[in-house]
Ligand binder design. Structure first.
Ligand code: FAD
Length: 339
């Protein structure tokens, strides 16, 4: 194990906004980076998830709601930042905190060791003992691929929205975007200028204007009903897209060769398909018991193991720039209070 990781009170796994928010909260409690805590990340140096999004992407949240509360994002506070700006901003936050992230190390497991409060963190660089581990590995870590997609053989390309970068990646002709969430809606609008676009929608979501996104980011779920309505889509509504020339189709239920079958039994043979079918969280390296048992906000069934940035451990909005600070402060307080 690299010497730089041993004898630390806390190890933060993930150097995205969630990991850095926890680093900022620990610093605010007087813990020094590289001395009392370290940050590790599996990616190569500086490669945060914002750098891998499609090139024209702007955040749904405006500048005021796209910054960690410790450091403002400068400029017009009502504009929506570009993704490259966010990647630079997080590098700036990291430098301001004096955090020297150890890149290229993947956490692979964590378990309780002995009778005390020691945890054993397994990584691709070896094992390390520590008292606190913070999992900040992202709520949108892995592409969610529907089962039928493995049987699809479109003549153009089939890709997940996480692989989409710009329109020229998609061969000329028609493209079907599967998924009516924010990514699907935004990609449909972008590709309409160069392609014939179909948007396949399973759940009809409410539509809200793009400017209303910040308010929704930290929206709370009613404690009485605990009902989770589908997230709204921001920007274009399905109806606006339809009027602009996008064909709105039902959910895809099956695929065989080049043919997809929709929920109403109709079929189509798109040249290319983009799966805007969402993501699964990056908590797959945690033990099952820690994932199932979540006693309170950010806590897991394993004492000393905390999770930041995932709504299922924190709350609605934990996976947003504006919402993760609450997780970070809670975790820092728990770590300070732990013996
Ligand atoms: C398409 C899209 C658009 C979004 N738009 C907005 C928006 O407009 N406004 C907003 O507030 N939020 C938005 N979000 C949500 C959220 O802000 C982002 O997903 C954000 O990147 C989450 O930050 P994070 O630090 O929690 O996770 P990530 O940015 O995913 O960072 C996790 C880090 O952990 C590392 N990692 C993963 N597994 C391991 C491991 N086992 N060991 C070590 N390191 C590991 C990764 O390399 C990565 O650097 C959007 C999300 C998506 C997918």
């Amino acid at each position: 194990m690299r010497a730089g990781l041993t004898h630390r009170r806390a190890i933060i796994v993930g150097a995205g906004q969630s990991g850095l928010a926890v680093a900022a909260a620990l610093s605010a409690e007087g813990l020094r980076p590289q001395h009392e805590f370290v940050v590790i990340d599996a990616a190569s140096m500086g490669q945060r998830s914002w750098s891998s999004r499609w090139h024209s992407m702007e955040l749904l949240s405006d500048v005021r709601h796209s910054a960690l509360s410790t450091r403002r994002l400068l400029g017009d506070q009502r504009r929506h930042p570009r993704v490259d700006e966010m990647a630079d901003y997080l590098t700036f936050v990291e430098a301001g905190l004096g955090v020297r992230t150890v890149w290229g190390i993947r956490a692979t497991g964590v378990e309780h060791r002995g009778n005390g409060s020691t945890l054993l963190l397994s990584t691709t660089a070896g094992e390390v003992q520590t008292r606190n581990v913070i999992c900040a590995t992202g709520a949108a870590a892995h592409p969610r691929i529907p089962e039928w997609a493995s049987l699809l053989m479109a003549p153009g390309v089939v890709m997940h929205s996480s692989q989409y970068l710009y329109p020229k990646q998609i061969p000329a002709g028609d493209v079907m975007i599967v998924g009516g969430g924010n990514s699907g809606v935004q990609l449909a609008r972008e590709l309409l200028a160069s392609h014939t676009v179909t948007l396949s929608v399973r759940t009809w979501r409410q539509h809200r204007p793009a400017m209303s996104s910040p308010a929704a980011a930290g929206e709370r779920v009613s404690l009485v009903s605990r009902k989770r309505r589908p997230e709204p889509v921001f920007g274009d509504s399905y109806e606006q897209l339809r009027r602009a020339g996008v064909t709105i189709a039902p959910a895809v239920q099956a695929a065989a060769g080049a043919v997809v079958t929709f929920a109403d039994g109709t079929q189509a043979s798109p040249r290319s398909v983009i799966l805007a079918t969402g993501y699964t969280p990056g908590d797959d390296w945690l033990p099952e018991s820690a994932r199932v048992d979540r006693p309170r906000r950010t806590l897991t069934g394993l004492p000393g193991l905390f999770v930041a940035g995932m709504p299922q451990y924190g709350g609605r909005g934990s996976d947003t720039l504006a919402g993760v600070w609450k997780d970070a402060k809670t975790i820092a307080q728990h770590i300070i209070d732990r013996p």
